[in-house]
Every structure is written in structure tokens, then in C-alpha cells.
Ligand binder design. Structure first.
Ligand code: PDD
Length: 283
């Protein structure tokens, strides 16, 4: 396997990716016992860093871990990992660490494993994406950004096997989010996104999109979206830190709206782009 050999951070040390190694006794490896963040970087500046670190703190608290580093520590690490001004994303992961033996119970006094790397953001599709609805088979704490992503992996692969890009997850007749993204739909002239709760990840992009929409007078609401409403929505978008706002042009083989990215998407993604440019301007 050919690894790109960029510098990464592991447990206090900066080293080439190919030399970064963790123990097979690491609870991240054995149990998926850890949390992560993905932070987009534009013009060398992390976007909404405070919000990402606040969500990280919530994820850590939810899995009974202390924050291993302060916001200042993270900023210093990111400053060394970010290379140049191109669009990139920081991936950071904290696991509970390596214990002497494999035991489900949380061991006292073990050192967490802390890892961070920076990778280029792939170019965004310009034509919109296709998506399929699938049954949400995940657990009941989807608000925790846990590294335990087997269900998300399988659901995403279902979407790919169907010749589409993303899965829209349906729980009890309601659309909650994508396999790796949050959901917006334009329903009866209102931009709707499901409310935060334990069924979905509180996306930083989601919050920013909602904020930009409201700031520019777009009628918006946080409320559950029934699958039946989604099927007739005028526009559907999926948002994430690395994919921004993806317009869905086809759902389950049927066109969404006109079958092309919608007028509201054009508007709101322009607000989003302008917001990104302010970061570039600061660098
Ligand atoms: N995933 N919902 C899920 C299940 C996600 O995995 C993600 C992001 C989001 C969007 O959150 P944000 O806007 O904060 O990126 C929603 C990241 C990008 C990933 O796993 O790579």
C-alpha cells in the first residue's frame, strides 16, 4: 500500500504518516472505543474551529473521557499540520488508548491515543448527486461523533451499490440524515432540517447553513421530515464539512424538483462560498 507521507501528529510527536503506529491493544482498534472530528480548512484557516472543538468535548464527555488537550494545544498542532492555502481537512481521533488486556469494561488510568492528520479536500461535484433512502440501522446515540462507524459504512456502501453517492437514513418513517451528512429539504417554501437529538449528528455545516439561511431571510425550520414529505420535496440537500452543501437531484430513482440543483441551493451555496472566502481573506 502506497501511503502519502505527509506529517501527522500522534501522541505528542510529529512524524511521517508511514511511521505512525498504534498498539493492536488500542481500544479504538479492538472496540471502536473513541471519537473523532473532521474540520475543513480554507486559506489555511480552520472553519468554525470553536464549534468543532465544542462538539469534540461533548463526544468525549458522552463516552466518559477527559479532554486530553486544550483548544490552544489543538490550534498549535493544526498550525503544524496545515500545509499551504489549498482546501484541506483536519481529521482528528481520540481513542481510550491501549490497555494491558482486552476487557469491555473501561480500564482506569490508561493514556488516550491522540491522532491528527491533514488531507486535501476532493473537488466538489458540480452537477448534484443521486441518493437512495435506506433503513437507519445505527444505534441510539448518533449525536456522538464516535469512530464506531460500521453501520454508516454499510449504509454508504448500499448507496454506492445502487449507483448513487449517499444514503438518506430513515427511522420510523422519518428521514434523519445521510450516512455521513445532514439533511435539508425545501418543503412548501420552507427550508426544513430535522431537529438535533440523539438520532443524528449535530453537524457544524448544518448549523452554519441554517444560520446563513436565516440571516438572509430564507424561511427555515427545524422539525422532523416524514419520508412521504421528502419524496415530494422541491429541493433536497446533504451537508458535511468536506462536501459542503450537496444538492440531491435524484432520490430513489425519481427526480428531485426539476432534476437539477435548485434555485434555493444556488442562493444558499453562494452565501456559504462567501463565508468561506472571508476565511481566505483573513490568511
Ligand atoms: N462526517 N452526519 C454524519 C453521520 C456525519 O458523519 C457527518 C460528517 C455529518 C455532517 O457533520 P459536519 O457538518 O459537522 O461535517 C452528519 C464527516 C465529514 C466524516 O465522517 O468524514
Amino acid at each position: 500500500m502506497q501511503l502519502d507521507n505527509s506529517t501527522v501528529y500522534l501522541n505528542g510527536t510529529f512524524l511521517p504518516l508511514s511511521e505512525a503506529k498504534v498498539s493492536v491493544m488500542d481500544r479504538g482498534f479492538l472496540f471502536g472505543d473513541g471519537v473523532y472530528e473532521v474540520i475543513p480548512v480554507y486559506g489555511g484557516q480552520p472553519l468554525r474551529l470553536a464549534e468543532h472543538l465544542a462538539r469534540l468535548a461533548n463526544s468525549l464527555a458522552a463516552i466518559r473521557m477527559q479532554p486530553p488537550l486544550t483548544a490552544e494545544d489543538w490550534s498549535a498542532i493544526f498550525a503544524r499540520l496545515i500545509q499551504g492555502g489549498h482546501d484541506q481537512s483536519i481529521y482528528l481521533q481520540i481513542t481510550r488508548g491501549a490497555a494491558p488486556k482486552r476487557d469491555h469494561a473501561i480500564p482506569p488510568d490508561i493514556e488516550p491515543t491522540v491522532f491528527a492528520m491533514c488531507t486535501p479536500i476532493a473537488p466538489l461535484p458540480t452537477e448534484g448527486i443521486r441518493a437512495v433512502t435506506v433503513t437507519d440501522i445505527r444505534w441510539l446515540r448518533c449525536d456522538i461523533k464516535a469512530i464506531t462507524l460500521l453501520a454508516n459504512v454499510l449504509l454508504k456502501q448500499e448507496a454506492i451499490d445502487a449507483g448513487t453517492t449517499e444514503a438518506v437514513l430513515i427511522r420510523d418513517g422519518f428521514a434523519v440524515e445521510g450516512a455521513a451528512s445532514n439533511l435539508f429539504a425545501l418543503i412548501d417554501g420552507t427550508l426544513v432540517t430535522p431537529p438535533k437529538g440523539r438520532e443524528l449528528l449535530p453537524g457544524v455545516t448544518r448549523d452554519l447553513v441554517l444560520e446563513l439561511a436565516l440571516e438572509h431571510g430564507v424561511p427555515a425550520a427545524e422539525r422532523p421530515i416524514a419520508l412521504t414529505e421528502l419524496k415530494t420535496a422541491r429541493e433536497i440537500w446533504l451537508t458535511s464539512s468536506t462536501r459542503e452543501i450537496m444538492p440531491v437531484i435524484e432520490l430513489d430513482g425519481a427526480p428531485v424538483g426539476t432534476g437539477a440543483p435548485g434555485a434555493l441551493w444556488e442562493r444558499v451555496q453562494a452565501y456559504y462560498r462567501a463565508y468561506k472566502e472571508t476565511l481566505r481573506g483573513d490568511s
